[in-house]
Ligand binder design. Sequence first.
Ligand code: PEP
Ligand code: CO
Length: 407
Amino acid sequence: MPSLGLLSRNSATWLGPADWLHRRAAQQPQWPDPAELLAVTEYLSELPALTTPQEITHLHSQLVKVQAGEAFLLQGGDCAELLGTDAVQGASGKQRLLAEMADRIRTGLGLDVVTVGRLAGQFAKPRSEPTEVVDGVTLPVFRGLMVNGPEPVASERQPDPYRLLSCYYTAKHVLQELRGRLWTSHEALILEYERAFRRLDAASGEHYLLSTHLPWIGERTRQIGGAHVAFLAAVANPLQVKVGPNATPDDIVELCEILDPQRIPGRLTLISRMGAAAVSERLPTIVAAIHDRGHSVIWICDPMHGNTVKTANGRKTRYLSTVHDELAAFFTVMATQRQHAGGVHLEMTCGEVTECVGGIGVSTEADLEQNFESLCDPRLNEEQALSTADLIAKSADRPVPIQTRGN
Ligand code: PEP
Ligand code: CO
């Protein structure tokens, strides 16, 4: 089980009373020195925010079109982002690749495409185990560059709060590089970072999360009653939640009620990540339950996270054919449920990495050894990402808006 930790409460004064602060937060690092952490997060909270309420409202208006079946959401980027100049250079490459994919999807579907990067903040990872054994030594797991380093030595694996500052400055430079050409998204995982960017918008009287445009709650932190759900329920951004194969229809209906009690169009996107083998069986009852309870959400598909396998060498990989199978099954489920297949969420990068099996140059697991660079999960390379865009462009049925669903 992932460790649960109570967030420190001593800085509640600068955030105002916040219900989420008293809830248990899954997947938080064991920061070694609370005073040091507090100094860093207070400093962050004084720095200029990374996004603006106006940008977020603009994205929200685009998501309203996705929900109405008039647009398609294309979201993608690294599993775990790099820091510094590597991240800045990587971001412009991803922006170019996402733009090319969006063109193909737009042409194929005859729909507008809303393009969102997994970047300028995707620095932290939830993990299934808190420790791992490397060469007989038990070490804390790597939790993304926001928390610790990937090298398997104890000093690197110690959580370091100054990394939060490196993430902020990297995100700032990535956003400058993108110059407004791409919306940003990341998993709002490390609440000590996110809380520093929860800011009051005087114009609307609402709190916004200004570390990103589109935060999501991961599969491992979407506990009803947990801190992540309560924290995001209290910001005005559009939100996303990952929905894995063990989710029950009741759980997801309850999440809709907590995160979108006012049933605001475009507010909530559910990201189905069931795995190719489970999606046809698991997804329909959840989609139907939400619809029957009068909630209207955007449904998109993450065909990556339910399809991770380990090679004989112990590498994590994914087969492009399985990724495509899940996408095809998702489109079929959505058509059967008479709902818009609203988009796709991918782990992908530009260039010729060899992290997923399939397509030119990566026909077997042995080929993965050539150029496996990911800090965490395997990403589609440029050619695999473009072939996925082509599949989407061809295979999505014409969307039927939710209002016209029969029965
Ligand atoms: C991710 O998107 O990198 C991730 C960890 O996803 P999930 O929460 O769906 O497992
Ligand atoms: Co991942």
